[in-house]
Design a protein around this ligand. Structure first.
Ligand SMILES: NC(=O)c1ccc[n+]([C@@H]2O[C@H](COP(=O)([O-])OP(=O)(O)OC[C@H]3O[C@@H](n4cnc5c(N)ncnc54)[C@H](OP(=O)(O)O)[C@@H]3O)[C@@H](O)[C@H]2O)c1
Length: 347
């Protein structure tokens, strides 16, 4: 293992990768800039003098090994993850370092659990897929809302996005995931994934003030249906998306996010309203912030920081809620995330 301050970022020059690089620097880490395109890496280094760039390709394991040399951990921000996750996890396991990614692709995240659980456990290291807005944050919120419950009947995660300007990576990942499931839809019900062709329902979700009730698309299924059931006994996990944001995502003229502040964040705001139910009792946690891509950086970097400082609960492939103390993790994000945790669910 290399210097505990060197953290490799694969896909460093992508939209999310840039937020992750900036967050690592702010927290005193030394990002190693990894990617497949030498010209884009050089442009990034020119904009960030003093950082080291290393070209590497997922088709060339030796290049990945060279790129990870001296790194204490790797954060994979290069998607579609159907192509990048497995080669990078394998390289991290060869290097004996932890791996964290921001994958929102349900199938890619399932693959990571299915193919690497044994190897990562045997290596005594940790692999955390979906350590980002979708997948990671929802899991931390549901785990926090559960409190002392070990099981619940239902978990609902309602995404209240003001608008959604998707990146090229988001659109490409959506296309790949859609192809992998043969154009079918997916939901998590009865304790298992179910592929189907049903039309998605539109309903009103009672977001708390100031957002208030909004039309949402039900069964707008996100990576939370992988991360949450990976460690919590909840047979019904449902995710919802504001209808406006869902329409933005599928618009033929969808444009990329535009920076409106010095951190590079867009004007997009989000509310994530989480409700868990058990035997008729409800528990709720609400988080709010700005820019779903930007918030993914403190999520991924906080995860790496906790792993490198031994604040973990398990090894192997595990989701955020399983690896970390969820309420404590969320409190650490307070500069980026406002959180309302009702008294009876505080950890
Ligand atoms: N879970 C979440 O909430 C969450 C949050 C943020 C992002 N994400 C995911 O993260 C991924 C990146 O998103 P983004 O917003 O950063 O998109 P982006 O700005 O379009 O960047 C995509 C990055 O991935 C790289 N890449 C793509 N395929 C690659 C491959 N086969 N080998 C090496 N590099 C590859 C691209 O490199 P080139 O320019 O060389 O193609 C680029 O650096 C997407 O899959 C997105 O869904 C998820």
């Amino acid at each position: 293992m290399g210097s505990s301050r060197n953290v490799a970022v694969f896909g460093a020059y992508g939209h999310t990768g840039r937020f992750v690089v900036a967050e690592l620097r702010e927290r005193g880490y030394v990002p190693l800039l990894l990617g497949r395109d030498q010209d884009k890496l050089l442009a990034l280094v020119q904009a960030q003098p003093g950082l080291e760039a290393r070209q590497a390709s997922v088709d060339d394991p030796a290049s990945l090994d060279r790129a990870l040399n001296g790194a204490a951990a790797v954060i994979n921000c290069a998607g579609p993850f159907a192509a990048t996750a497995a080669p990078l996890v394998k390289a991290a396991l060869r290097a004996g370092i932890p791996y964290v990614d921001v994958a929102a692709e349900i199938e890619a995240n399932l693959d990571t659990f299915a193919h690497f659980a044994e190897r990562a456990r045997a290596a005594g290291t940790v692999v955390v897929p979906a350590m980002a807005f979708y997948g990671g944050l929802g899991d931390l919120l549901v785990t926090t809302a559960m409190g002392d419950w070990t099981a619940a009947d239902e978990a609902h995660i309602a995404y209240g996005l003001s608008i959604w300007h998707p990146t090229a990576g988001t659109l490409a990942s959506g296309t790949v995931s859609g192809q992998r499931r043969g154009g079918r839809r997916v939901r998590y019900t009865g304790g298992r994934l179910e592929y189907h062709d049903d039309a998605l329902p539109t309903l009103e979700w009672p977001f708390p003030a100031p957002l208030g009730p909004q039309n949402v698309i039900g069964e707008f299924t996100m990576a939370d249906i992988v991360t949450i059931p990976s460690h919590l006994a909840v047979p019904e996990v449902r995710t919802y998306m504001t209808a406006k944001a869902a329409a933005d995502l599928s618009a033929p003229d969808a444009s990329a996010p535009a920076a409106v502040d010095e951190r590079g964040r867009s004007a997009q705001t989000f509310v994530v309203d989480v409700l868990v139910r058990s035997d008729g009792t409800e528990r709720r946690v609400v988080a709010a912030g700005q820019d779903i891509y930007a918030i993914s950086a403190p999520l991924a970097v906080e995860a790496v920081d906790r792993i490198l400082t031994g604040r973990t609960r398990t090894t192997g492939v595990a989701s955020a809620g399983a690896v970390f103390n969820a309420p404590d993790f969320l409190r650490a994000l307070s500069p980026h995330l406002s959180l309302h945790v009702p008294l009876d669910t505080r950890g």
